[in-house]
Design a protein around this ligand. Structure first.
Ligand code: IVH
Length: 745
């Protein structure tokens, strides 16, 4: 490479690395995976070696980690926190080991998992935890002392005696994989944003400003912190440690009550180390946290001191990074779908492949800028991985495999469903939206599906398929529903004639019969008249035609809609599809106001004052109510008998001093159907109870659901009434006397 070229390339690499770091540390966004990031750093390092004249002092190869976000106060570590150099193969590992052994023939190596989490520095003085900080740029981190108090298993006071005046203990904070999956499932069900992987979840949980949030969010946030775990793997400042090896240190830290890894092993020969690395890779799936490699450290402290450190990493330790689970496949197409809120999202249609154990054929590409940033062309071979082993992600193209037939993606200028010109919602937004909220079929369909969802009116027969059939059938024309306004006015005879063509989830094209090639047409709401059916009569209750009668699905759907008219107010509020009003806010609103009329009469300040609502949601409600066609929905639903009043509501119950759970301390452990954790806590509060997290003899009742753990055992031990999660709705509406207690007698 020419000098001039090298210089440009080095600048560009440094800028990209800083951009990735900034996104990750300041905004919790993962724009590239570790391997990609490491590769950029390695490229820059190589160029700096070749062209030292262009290596700058502020190069990311010399400055560890990242700057801090502005949310937390800066805290300078007593001793700097280093990063680690990486090796990526057995060969590189062997080279590293033999280089050290060349100088120190008697060396012992301590091997341990490299935990994929977040580095934390705990500052103890005379055995007492004084502060805790993230790594930040290695010199100064973020003061997260407040949040760290809620991490279980971190001693505020070290056990034993004779603690040093000052010692910094370093380790990794992580989110256990199982809890991560459960939490994401709950978030997804509630329609909230999920975390990309356990590391993001750990970082997001530890680095949240709790006191700036509404009560319900604080509780949820604290719960998330309470799920974090830590493993310690080293020390910073400690003027005169009475120890000579790293393994002795772990023993001592363990005696002090700190969580040390049970997986560390000392090896003297190269093959012992390599074997450890392979064994750990095989065990990787079975561990309760993610690991991205193995860290190998020189065990002797005297040798560590002699080897010292570069500006960024110690010379006495190295990380062996495992390759992430990724595969390549063909990007067949990039299709744009429009969601409930009108957002137009491009997604990748892929040749099906298996990644990390499950089949992937679609992956979101978020928006046109992401498509551009990833540099993928339609027809490319692309690399896919599962972020956090859950959400499939397109990492980028395999450029060498292009044959010239690939073509670039062009973001449509108009909505693929209704033809309206797409536009950003406000200036500066990257996402494009279809502004035709009122009648874009995709948005209407999405809203109707949302009305039927578990967090809404929970109508089993009203899912994705029936929302489509009701709004975009082949026949009749016009469709039974042109918007949600008519939903509660539907009668059996309106839906009886529906014929619809199911669409392919990937291409949006009508599905065809595999053998005949004919488009498939379904008629879900009628069936042939059987000999047991009563004969056809004109007039009266609709009984079908001479040859056909309404299907069970038709009768049930209309029946479920009838019942839904008197469902709790909060469910009806969720069903109005007001931006930001999910189950948590809706419960808070219903609990406080008791009727939609009272909400309509309130101004934004009154709305914002409610716990669990706040100014953004309040404004969103006020704005929503000002739109004509929104008011028409409400009027039309009311006219069809929808009851926007909670019958048992009273101003006192609204303020939660009384209610079916008045004064009760309620612990909910494990998941509760139809409720998020926030939602369950809010519902307990709305019923007059106090949601608490720990079981004690003062607890009134413990609700257990799938995933319940030690709290269930504790309740049984203390004889606290235990109630199954399926009775939770009865518990909050009718009180403890109305449900069966599992451990009665
Ligand atoms: S020792 C001075 N041990 O990996 C040596 N680090 O990529 C500092 N990490 O900054 C690190 N597991 O946050 C060490 N068993 C382990 C580790 C570990 C994870 C993190 C640590 C470090 C990063 C470097």
């Amino acid at each position: 490479m020419e000098e001039s070229e090298a210089r440009v390339e080095m600048d560009s690499l440094a800028a990209r690395i800083y951009a990735l770091r900034d996104a990750y540390y300041a905004r919790d966004e993962l724009l590239a995976d570790d391997a990609e990031y490491d590769q950029l750093v390695a490229q820059l390092e190589a160029l700096e070696e070749q062209f030292p004249q262009f290596a700058t002092d502020d190069s990311p190869t010399r400055i560890v980690g990242a700057g801090q976000s502005t949310l937390f106060a800066p805290l300078t570590h007593a001793e700097r926190m280093y990063s680690l150099d990486n090796v990526f193969s057995d060969e590189e590992m062997r080279d590293w080991l033999s280089k050290i052994r060349g100088e120190y023939p008697q060396v012992h190596f301590l091997c341990e998992p490299k935990i994929d989490g977040l580095a934390l520095n705990l500052h103890y003085e005379n055995g007492r935890l004084i502060t805790a900080a993230t790594r930040g740029d290695g010199v100064t981190g973020e003061d997260v002392s407040e949040n760290v108090q809620h991490i279980p298993g971190l001693p505020e006071m070290l056990t034993g005696t004779e603690h040093p005046a000052v010692v910094e203990v370093r380790g990794e904070v992580f989110f256990p994989i199982q809890v991560f999956h459960d939490m994401n499932a709950t978030l997804a069900e509630a329609g909230e944003r999920v975390f990309a992987n356990p590391r993001n979840a750990a970082s997001g949980s530890l680095r949240q400003k709790l006191d700036a949030r509404a009560q319900a969010k604080q509780d949820a946030g604290r719960w998330r912190i309470s799920q974090l775990k830590m493993t310690v793997h080293g020390i910073g400042a400690w003027p005169e440690p009475p120890l000579s090896t790293q393994s002795e240190l772990y023993e001592l830290l363990g005696h002090w009550g700190l969580p040390v890894s049970s997986l560390a092993e000392v090896h003297t020969d190269t093959e012992g180390v390599i074997d450890y690395i392979h064994r750990m890779n095989e065990r990787r799936e079975g561990l309760d946290h993610e690991i991205d490699g193995v860290v190998v450290k020189v065990d002797s402290w005297a040798t560590q001191r002699e080897l010292g450190a570069t500006s960024r990493a110690p010379r006495w330790a190295v990380a062996y990074k495992y390759p992430p689970e990724q595969v390549s496949t063909i990007l067949r197409d990039i299709v744009v779908s429009v969601g409930r809120t009108g957002r137009a999202t491009p997604y990748a249609v892929l040749d099906p492949v298996t990644v990390a154990g499950s089949e992937v054929e679609r992956a979101t590409l978020h928006n046109q800028d992401v498509v551009k940033a990833k540099g993928v062309l339609i027809g490319d071979h692309v690399v896919i991985r599962k972020a956090g082993d859950v959400i499939p992600e397109v990492l980028g193209p395999v450029v060498e495999r292009r044959d010239g037939s690939e073509r670039p993606f062009e973001m449509p200028t108009h909505c693929p469903e209704c033809g309206t010109r797409l536009a950003p919602q406000k200036e500066g937004d990257i996402d494009l939206r279809c502004p035709n909220q009122r009648s874009c079929p995709a948005q209407v369909r999405g809203r109707i599906e949302h009305i039927g969802s578990r967090g809404g009116l929970d109508i089993e027969g009203l899912g994705e398929v029936s929302a489509f059939a009701l709004t975009q059938p082949l026949r009749p024309s016009p469709a039974p529903l042109s918007s949600e306004a008519g939903l509660f006015g539907l009668r059996v005879e309106d839906i009886f004639p529906i014929d619809y063509q199911p669409r392919d989830a990937d291409t949006g094209q009508p599905r065809v019969d595999d053998t005949t090639g004919e488009p498939i047409v379904l008629s879900p709401f009628r069936r042939k008249r059987g000999k047991d059916d009563p004969p056809h009569q004109d007039g009266g209750d609709f009984a079908g035609t001479e040859s056909e009668v309404p299907s069970r699905a038709a009768i049930e759907l209309i029946d479920q809609l009838e019942k839904a008219r008197t469902k709790p107010l909060w469910r009806l509020l969720v069903s109005l599809n007001i931006r930001h009003v999910g189950p948590v806010a809706a419960r808070a609103l219903a609990g406080h106001f008791g009727s939609l009329e009272a909400i309509e009469a309130a101004d934004s300040q009154q709305l914002a004052a409610i716990d669990g609502v706040g100014p953004t949601i309040a404004q969103s409600i006020v704005d929503w109510l000002e739109v004509d066609w929104h008011r028409e929905i409400v009027a039309s639903w009311r006219a069809s008998g929808v009851n926007f009043v909670d019958p048992d509501w009273s101003p006192e119950a609204g303020h939660a001093e009384s209610g079916p759970l008045a004064g009760a301390k309620v612990v909910v452990t494990g998941s509760v159907d139809g409720f998020t954790r926030d939602g369950a806590a809010e519902a307990v509060r709305a019923a007059g109870g106090l949601p608490v997290s720990g079981v004690s003899k003062n607890t009134t009742v413990v609700v257990v659901g799938p995933g319940a753990g030690s709290k269930h055992d504790k309740a049984l031990e203390l004889g606290i009434p235990v109630v199954d999660q399926k009775d939770f709705s009865t518990l909050i509406t009718e009180g403890l006397a109305a449900v069966s207690v599992l451990n009665a007698d």
